[in-house]
Design a protein around this ligand. Structure first.
Ligand code: C2E
Ligand code: MG
Ligand code: MG
Length: 723
C-alpha cells in the first residue's frame, strides 16, 4: 500500500517535471522566435533612414553617385552595423552598385543574391506602385515616409544571410524620384556565429546554433527559418533549459528525504490506524462477547440462550424436529459458597462448567443463567438420548472434585423438557424445565426428571397452597404436636415441638411441604411467631421436660428475631433455660452477622442451641464452636442406615465421639427400631427420638404422659378457686 503510494508520488513528480519543462521549452521557443523577428525588424530599421532619404534619391536615383553609395551604404552600414554586402539595383533589377565588406566590388558579387532579390522586388514594386506621392515637409527632421522594405533569409557563399531590400524614396520630399521605378538597396548581413552568440546571449539561450535545413536537430528546441518563398532554409536550435529537471536535480535528495519521511509518517498513521481499527473491532467483539457470555465460565449467558432459543423453538417442524432443554441446578452449592467462601464457589462453578462441556455434544448449547443454574439446549435429540445425556450430566457433576479448597462434593438436579411443537415461548420452555428440575430436588436431588403437564398443575397447586397457608395463619388454624425425646432408661427428658396444619380439604399437610413454602413466600416469620406463641402458651408452665422448638434459618436472619423471642417469652412468662432452639446447619453457614447476633442474644437469655439434622450439611468444628452449640441431633438418615452394611455405624460413632470431644450433648432422631437403638447405644448415644420411643402427640397428651400439669399453676389455682 505504502510502496504503491510512494511510486505514485514519484511518477506524479516526474510527470509534473516533464510538463513543467515542456511548457518552459515552449515559452523559450516562442521567445526566440519573436526575438528573431524583432531582430529582423531592427535590422530593417537600421537601413531605412539611409535609404528613405532625399539625399539617397538624389545620389542613387538621379545621379547614380557610387561614391555616395560607398560612404553611406557599403562602408557605413558595414562598419557600424555589420552588413557585409550592399547592392543597389535599378528599375530592371540589375545591380549597378556592389560592395563587399565595406569595399566597392564588382557587380558580379550580386549574383548569389540575385535570386532572393528577384523574389523580394515584386513585392516592393507592388507597394511602390500604390504609394502616394511624398509630400514636401521641409521642416521635418527625419523621414516621414513609411519604409517600403522586404527581408528574407537566403544562402549565399555557404552563409545564410539576412537580406533586406529597401526602396529608395525621399523623406521630406525636397527631391522627388525620377521615374516610376526607383532603385532598390539590397543589404545583406551574415547570420554568423558571432551574431547568433550575441542574439542567444540577449535571450539567455546557451548554445544557440544555426543548423542547415538538412540536419536533424530533434534533441534540441528549434526555431525554423524560412526563405522568401517559404522554403526551410535553416534552423536555430539550442539545448532546452529544463528548469523542472534542474529543480529536480537540485531538490531530489531533499525531496526524496521528504517523501521518505512522509511515507514513514503515512506508514505510521496507516499502521496505527490499522491497530486502532483492529483494536476497535476487537473491543467491539469483546463487548459483544461479554454481553452474551458469562464472565466466570465463558459460557453463553441468559441473553444468548434466549437469543438462540427463540428462533430454534420457532423453527420446530421446519428447521428441526424437536428441542430438548435441560435445567441443571447444583445441589447444596450455597453451602459450599457460605462455608468455604466465594472463591471456592467460583472454582466449583468453573469446574462444573468444564464437566458440562465434556459431557455435552458439540452441538449442544450450554448456558449459565447465574448462580448455580445452567441450561443445556440440544436440537433433534430423542427422549432416550436426552435421558442418557441428563444422566451423564448428573454423574459427571457428582464426581468428587479436587480443588485448592479441598475435596468438594456436590450433585445436581436436572429437569428436562422435550418440545416438539412450534409456538412455545422461550420463557415458558425454561419454566417447564425448571419445574421438572424442582421436582428432582423434591424427590431427593441428584436425579433427572422430565417435565410433565401435571407439574404445571403442581405449581398452580403450590400457589393455591400458599394462599391457603396465608389464610390458615390469619385464622390461627395451625397447631402443635410434641414428640418425646427419651434417655436410655426410657424417661422423657424433652419434647420437640412440631407444627401441624390440617387443611379443610386436603387434610394434614406435612411441615416438610408448607415450612419450605412459607420460607419461600415470606410467611415463615408469621408462622414462626405463631409457633413460639403456641408453644410458650402450651408448655410455659412445664418443669419436668425441656421443649425443643424448630427455628428456620430465615427467622434467624431477621434482625428483630431475638427481640421477638424475648418479648414473647416475657409475655408468656416462660423460663428460657427450659427451651432449646433447633437450628439446621444451613442457618449457621456463612458470616451473617444478624444470625450470629440473634443466636448470641438467645443464648444470653438462657435458651440452649441444638443443631438439627446434623451430618447432612457442611458444618465444621469451627462452626459448632463459634455458635456455642449445646447439642447435636444426628440426622435420621444416618440412623435409618444403621444395621446395614455400609459405613453408617462408623459415621455415627465418629459423630458421637466428636460431640464428646467438644463437650456437646447428642441425640439421635428417627429411631424406629430396637436394632437402631442398640447400635446407637453401642456407640455411646444416650438420648433418642423417634417412632420407637414416642410418636408426636398433642400438648395435653404429652403433658399427661410426662406428668406435667396441663395448665399453668396460676390457671389451676384460678380454676380451683372457682370450684
Ligand atoms: P425435624 O426438625 O428434623 O423434625 C423431626 C421430623 O422427623 C418430624 O417430622 C418428625 O415427625 C419426624 N420423625 C420423628 N421420628 C421419626 C421416625 O422415627 N421416623 C421418621 N421417618 N420420621 C420421624 P415432621 O413433623 O414432619 O417435620 C418435618 C420437619 O419440618 C422438621 O424436621 C422440621 O425441620 C420442620 N418443622 C416441623 N415443625 C416446625 C416448626 O414449628 N418450625 C419450623 N421452622 N420447622 C418445623
Ligand atoms: Mg427438629
Ligand atoms: Mg431433624
Amino acid at each position: 500500500m505504502t510502496l504503491a503510494g510512494l511510486m505514485l508520488l514519484v511518477c506524479l513528480a516526474v510527470f509534473l517535471v516533464m510538463q513543467f519543462d515542456e511548457v518552459a521549452a515552449d515559452r523559450e521557443q516562442k521567445m526566440v522566435q519573436n526575438g528573431f523577428a524583432r531582430q529582423l525588424r531592427e535590422i530593417d530599421e537600421v537601413i531605412h533612414p539611409q535609404v528613405a532619404w532625399d539625399e539617397s534619391v538624389k545620389a542613387l536615383d538621379i545621379n547614380r553617385d557610387l561614391r555616395w553609395a560607398d560612404m553611406n551604404l557599403g562602408s557605413y552600414l558595414f562598419t557600424f552595423n555589420g552588413f557585409t554586402r550592399a547592392f543597389v539595383v535599378d528599375a530592371s533589377g540589375n545591380a549597378f552598385y556592389a560592395s563587399v565588406r565595406g569595399e566597392r566590388a564588382s557587380t558580379d558579387a550580386f549574383a548569389p543574391f540575385a535570386s532572393v532579390t528577384a523574389k523580394l522586388l515584386p513585392q516592393i514594386r507592388a507597394v511602390e506602385a500604390v504609394r502616394p506621392p511624398v509630400r514636401v515637409t521641409p521642416n521635418a527632421d527625419a523621414a516621414q515616409v513609411a519604409p517600403i522594405q522586404m527581408n528574407a533569409l537566403a544562402w549565399a557563399d555557404d552563409t545564410l544571410f539576412i537580406v533586406v531590400a529597401t526602396l529608395v524614396q525621399p523623406d521630406v520630399g525636397k527631391v522627388q524620384p525620377t521615374g516610376k521605378r526607383a532603385p532598390v538597396v539590397i543589404m545583406a548581413m551574415p547570420l554568423d556565429a558571432r551574431m547568433i552568440r550575441t542574439f542567444g546571449g540577449r535571450y539567455l539561450v546557451d548554445d544557440l546554433h544555426l543548423y542547415p535545413a538538412d540536419i536533424a536537430v530533434s534533441q534540441y528546441t528549434k526555431v525554423d527559418l524560412h526563405g522568401a518563398d517559404g522554403v526551410l532554409v535553416g534552423r536555430l536550435a539550442w539545448t532546452p533549459r529544463r528548469p523542472g529537471l534542474m529543480l529536480l536535480r537540485q531538490l531530489w535528495i531533499p525531496a526524496l528525504a521528504a517523501i521518505a519521511a512522509m511515507a514513514m509518517i503515512a506508514m505510521i498513521v496507516v499502521r496505527s490506524g490499522a491497530t486502532i481499527f483492529s483494536e476497535l473491532i476487537a473491543s467491539e467483539a469483546r463487548a459483544r462477547h461479554l454481553a452474551f457470555h458469562d464472565p466466570l465460565t465463558k459460557l453463553p449467558n441468559r441473553s444468548m440462550l434466549f437469543a438462540r432459543l427463540g428462533p430454534v423453538l420457532a423453527g420446530i417442524g421446519t428447521l428441526s424436529q424437536r428441542v430438548a432443554i435441560l435445567a441443571v441446578d447444583l445441589d447444596r452449592f450455597k453451602e459450599v459458597n457460605d462455608t468455604l467462601g466465594h472463591h471456592a464457589g467460583d472454582a466449583l462453578i468453573q469446574a462444573v462448567a468444564g464437566r458440562l462441556r465434556d459431557v455435552c455434544a458439540d452441538e449442544a448449547l450450554i448456558a449459565r443463567l447465574g448462580g448455580d443454574e445452567f441450561v443445556v439446549m440440544l436440537e433433534n435429540a430423542n427422549d432416550a438420548a436426552v435421558t442418557v445425556l441428563a444422566e451423564r450430566i448428573v454423574s459427571a457433576v457428582r464426581a468428587p472434585l479436587k480443588t485448592e479448597y479441598g475435596l468438594l462434593e456436590v450433585g445436581c438436579s436436572v429437569g428436562a423438557t422435550v418440545i416438539d411443537n412450534a409456538g412455545v415461548e422461550p420463557s415458558e420452555a425454561l419454566r417447564w424445565a425448571d419445574l421438572a428440575m424442582y421436582r428432582s430436588k423434591e424427590l431427593g436431588r441428584c436425579r433427572v426428571t422430565f417435565f410433565e403437564a401435571e407439574m404445571d398443575m403442581a405449581l398452580r397447586n403450590r400457589r393455591s397452597l400458599e394462599t391457603d397457608l396465608r389464610e390458615a395463619l390469619h385464622s390461627d388454624a395451625l397447631g402443635m404436636v410434641y414428640q418425646p425425646q427419651v434417655d436410655h432408661h426410657g424417661g422423657i427428658v424433652a419434647v420437640e415441638a412440631l407444627v401441624r396444619w390440617v387443611h379443610p380439604e386436603r387434610g394434614a399437610v406435612p411441615p416438610s411441604t408448607f415450612v419450605p413454602l412459607a420460607e419461600e413466600c415470606g410467611l415463615i416469620l408469621a408462622l414462626g411467631e405463631q409457633v413460639l406463641r403456641k408453644v410458650f402458651a402450651e408448655t410455659g408452665h412445664w418443669t419436668k421436660a425441656r421443649i425443643a422448638i424448630n427455628v428456620s434459618a430465615v427467622q434467624l436472619r431477621a434482625p428483630g428475631f431475638a427481640a421477638l423471642v424475648t418479648r414473647l417469652a416475657a409475655q408468656a412468662g416462660i423460663v428460657p433455660s427450659q427451651y432449646e432452639i433447633e437450628l439446621t446447619e444451613t442457618a449457621l453457614l456463612g458470616e451473617d452477622p444478624v444470625t450470629a447476633a440473634n443466636i448470641d442474644a438467645l443464648k444470653r437469655l438462657g435458651f440452649s442451641i441444638a443443631l438439627d439434622d446434623f451430618g447432612t450439611g457442611y458444618s465444621s468444628l469451627s462452626v459448632l464452636q463459634r455458635f456455642s452449640v449445646d447439642k447435636i441431633k444426628i440426622d435420621r438418615s444416618f440412623v435409618a442406615a444403621l444395621g446395614g452394611e455400609d459405613e453408617s455405624e462408623a459415621l455415627v460413632d465418629a459423630m458421637i465421639k466428636l460431640a464428646r470431644a467438644l463437650d456437646l450433648e447428642v441425640i439421635a432422631e428417627g429411631v424406629e427400631n430396637a436394632r437402631q437403638k442398640e447400635c446407637l447405644e453401642a456407640c455411646g448415644c444416650r438420648e433418642f427420638q423417634g417412632h420407637l420411643v414416642g410418636m408426636p402427640m398433642t400438648g395435653p397428651a404429652i403433658a399427661g404422659l410426662i406428668g406435667e400439669a396441663l395448665l399453668k399453676p396460676a390457671d389451676m389455682e384460678a380454676i380451683r378457686r372457682q370450684a
